[in-house]
Design a protein around this ligand. Structure first.
Ligand code: MD3
Ligand code: FE
Length: 221
């Protein structure tokens, strides 16, 4: 009804703000982080001052196009010796900065909204995308606690997210992740193959040409 009334004005239908179930255990909450987006970005910038973004080298010797840093008890690292979580920044030996309260509140809110009981708060990874940055198809399985969901928050320039199945060959779906979108990936969806298509050259008022993605995990049991 209201959709019909407002469609011709280009106003978003209210339905667009309802959670969307992407698959078993996976939900997108469009715009859930919009009210605190600026505060989240400020907190991410403060983390990056203490733990600078860097381009990790994969075990295969490739420099990742995404720049990464982390907060919380565990940060993620990669080099020629392999992938692993570490309690300290390898470059300095210092602890990762703590997870800010603004991150923690949003993660708890999203976890509950998706119907999961345990919020993933051992590790908060921050991915920085510039035009052309991509993330090739992978599974997140370096965590012992794959029964706890991952929560992700997208900020800035929208990206095309690629979402497959439990094997590399499964067909892929693609959808947009826009500024303020929060996604919870739990249950069987926790282990699906996923990636991000090369970021288009575009700008967003909050981040310029960049996209910032936060992901929260439980790492150990
Ligand atoms: C689906 N990051 O950091 S966030 C990653 O946009 C990662 O930076 C992407 O994949 C990004 O590992 C995607 C959404 C996401 C995160 C973890 C998942 C989707 C997921 C784990 C399992 C299934
Ligand atoms: Fe991932």
């Amino acid at each position: 009804m209201t959709g019909d009334l407002f469609d011709h004005l280009g106003v978003q239908e209210k339905a667009a703000e309802e959670p969307v179930r992407l698959g078993e255990g996976a939900f997108i909450f469009p715009g859930m982080a919009l009210p605190q987006a600026e505060a989240l970005l400020d907190a991410a910038r403060a983390i990056a001052r203490k733990a600078p973004f860097r381009h990790l080298i994969t075990p295969g010797g490739h420099r990742m196009s995404v720049a990464m840093t982390a907060c919380g008890d565990w940060g993620w690292n990669s080099d020629r010796k392999g992938y692993r979580y570490t309690r300290t920044q390898p470059e300095t030996g210092e602890a990762w900065p703590p997870i800010p309260d603004s991150f923690e509140r949003l993660v708890r809110q999203a976890t509950m909204a998706a119907g999961f009981s345990e919020a993933p708060l051992q590790s908060g990874l921050i991915n920085l995308y510039r035009p052309g940055t991509r993330l090739s198809l992978h599974q997140d399985r370096d965590e012992e606690a794959t029964d706890v969901p991952i929560v992700s928050v997208s900020l800035g320039v929208a990206a095309t997210f690629l979402w497959g199945g439990l094997t590399r060959k499964d067909p892929m779906r693609r959808f947009r992740l826009s500024h303020g979108d929060v996604v919870v990936w739990g249950g069987p969806s926790r282990l699906v193959f996923h990636g991000v298509a090369p970021l288009a050259r575009s700008t967003h008022p909050a981040t310029g040409e960049c996209r910032v993605n936060l992901t929260f995990r439980r790492v150990t049991r």
